[in-house]
Design a protein around this ligand. Structure first.
Ligand code: TRP
Length: 461
């Protein structure tokens, strides 16, 4: 079967645009919200080291595999994998690897847009000086009452989804490219500016010691698993988007080199975010291991207590909005591309339909946070005690669909696709190719399997 050389949706205008857009998809709440707090909870430097190893040994090879599948298949994830399965004379059911990513990415988006809405709302709160000279109790109460208020959550989620659809409706070059071209450089400028500020006014050296001085006695098995799971989440793997974005990549560009750039850019945002957050947290004598509330509670306490905190806090949350937004547009693009290819819809129609379905499904998460009785449940769902619909979605996607999707992608790229096809598409040096192939065939599947079995409680390490 011949393989199309260009996607019907168009192409990124250059290699740099592909890197910026894919980095935009990768950099998000995972880098600025999740990474700093899981590092704080799992022993600082030792965790950072594990995470870097996971990115290098597993994240980059899987990223390369996904971009390669997208570029060779030139369609949305399910159809791309199907085309390549035909090319390899393999069973067409391998396409499930692609469909699972598409569905997983969309399900992630249903709760990701709600949390992105928190970031939008916190820009407003910061400008209004809501944190100024408030004590810890008042700020956690502010967070608590906001995140349980149905109508505020609904309002901000609607804003996120509306803006996301408006950008994606304009298409690859006029919409996605134009948005990331402005937002990504702005994000880096804000991030570096904040890091310089933290370097001058915060406990910078204490933060550096915390992040980069590994205390190996703090490494635990669950820390290893969390690091691996996060490597997948932060690079947006197994959720369709890297295949979708790969489909818009110009043919001649090196997949290995661009994947390394994306991973480097993503990791640097996570590390610099830590260098912004921890000096400020330590300077106020606050707790690093506080958990998910780190940037919505601990950090605002610090903003409220320090001089210039209104400006610094506002810039921080604007940066978070930019990071989250370049991820939401990526997530919905996969679904929009699929609707256009399969249902013959026009882009605008596809955006409206997916926006409405997304909005309706985000109600599941909103109702879970707001405590609506119909969203509360109490049972053991695939190895985890869940309390509401949001926890079901989170567990189903992050702990089950991402690892399983990553596993099938790795097996497909390493064992099912012909060696000649992957070598031709990756078109890289023999050494890089050999390392990639070894990792994707052996290292990645075994590591993912161990994590998966452990997380679901089938195996306990
Ligand atoms: N990588 C994103 C972050 O760090 C989260 C994410 C996971 C994502 N899967 C995705 C973003 C798919 C866009 C598309 O926040």
């Amino acid at each position: 079967m011949s393989v199309a050389r260009q996607s019907v949706h168009g192409q990124w205008s250059s290699r740099l645009m592909f890197i910026i857009a894919a980095t935009g998809a990768a950099v998000g709440l995972g880098n600025i919200w999740k990474f700093p707090y899981i590092m704080g909870q799992n022993g600082g430097g030792a965790f950072v080291l594990l995470y870097l190893l996971c990115i290098l040994l597993i994240g980059i090879p899987v990223l390369m595999a996904e971009v390669m599948i997208g570029r060779r298949g030139r369609q949305s994830p399910g159809w791309s994998v199907r085309t390549l399965a035909f090319e390899a004379h393999a069973h067409k059911n391998w396409q499930l690897a692609g469909w699972m990513g598409l569905v997983g990415g969309f399900l992630i988006l249903t709760f990701y847009s709600v949390i992105a809405g928190w970031a939008f709302a916190y820009v407003g709160k910061s400008i209004q000086g809501a944190f100024v000279e408030q004590d810890a109790a008042a700020i956690s109460q502010l967070f608590g009452s906001f995140t349980t208020d149905f109508s505020s959550l609904l309002l901000w989620t609607t804003v996120v989804i509306g803006l996301t659809c408006a950008v994606v409706a304009k298409g690859v070059q006029q919409g996605l490219e134009k948005a990331v071209r402005v937002l990504m450089p702005a994000l880096y400028i804000l991030l570096i500016g904040l890091a310089v500020y933290a370097g001058f006014t915060g406990e910078f050296s204490q933060a550096l010691r915390f992040m980069f001085y590994p205390d190996f006695s703090k490494i635990t098995m669950s820390g290893v698993l969390i690091a691996l799971g996060h490597a997948f989440f932060t690079l947006s793997l197994a959720s369709g988007v890297m295949i979708t974005y790969g489909a818009y990549m110009p043919s001649k560009v090196s997949i290995a080199r661009t994947s390394m750039w994306i991973a480097l850019a993503d990791t640097s945002v996570a590390l610099i975010a830590g260098m912004v957050i921890y000096p400020i947290v330590f300077a106020q004598g606050l707790d690093a291991g506080q958990g998910p509330g780190l940037i919505f509670v601990t950090l605002p306490i610090a903003f409220g207590a320090m001089p210039g905190g209104v400006v610094v806090g506002t810039l921080f949350f604007i940066m978070l909005v930019f990071a989250a937004f370049t991820s939401t547009i990526a997530m919905i693009e996969s679904v929009v591309a699929w609707l256009i290819e399969s249902k013959g819809m026009r882009r605008l129609q596809a955006c409206l339909l997916s926006g409405v379905v997304l909005w309706l499904m985000s109600l599941l998460t909103i109702a879970s946070f707001a405590g609506s009785s119909w969203a509360q449940v109490q049972f053991n769902f695939l190895g985890k005690d869940v309390n509401n619909l949001f926890e079901i979605l989170d567990h189903l996607t992050s702990d089950i669909m991402l690892p399983l999707g990553g596993l099938t992608i790795a097996i497909f790229a390493g064992w099912i696709m012909r060696q000649q096809a992957t070598a031709e598409e990756l078109n890289t040096s023999p050494l890089t190719y050999t390392i990639w192939r070894f990792s994707i065939r052996w290292f990645t599947p075994i590591a993912i399997l161990l994590v998966f079995l452990n997380l679901t409680g089938i195996l306990s390490l």
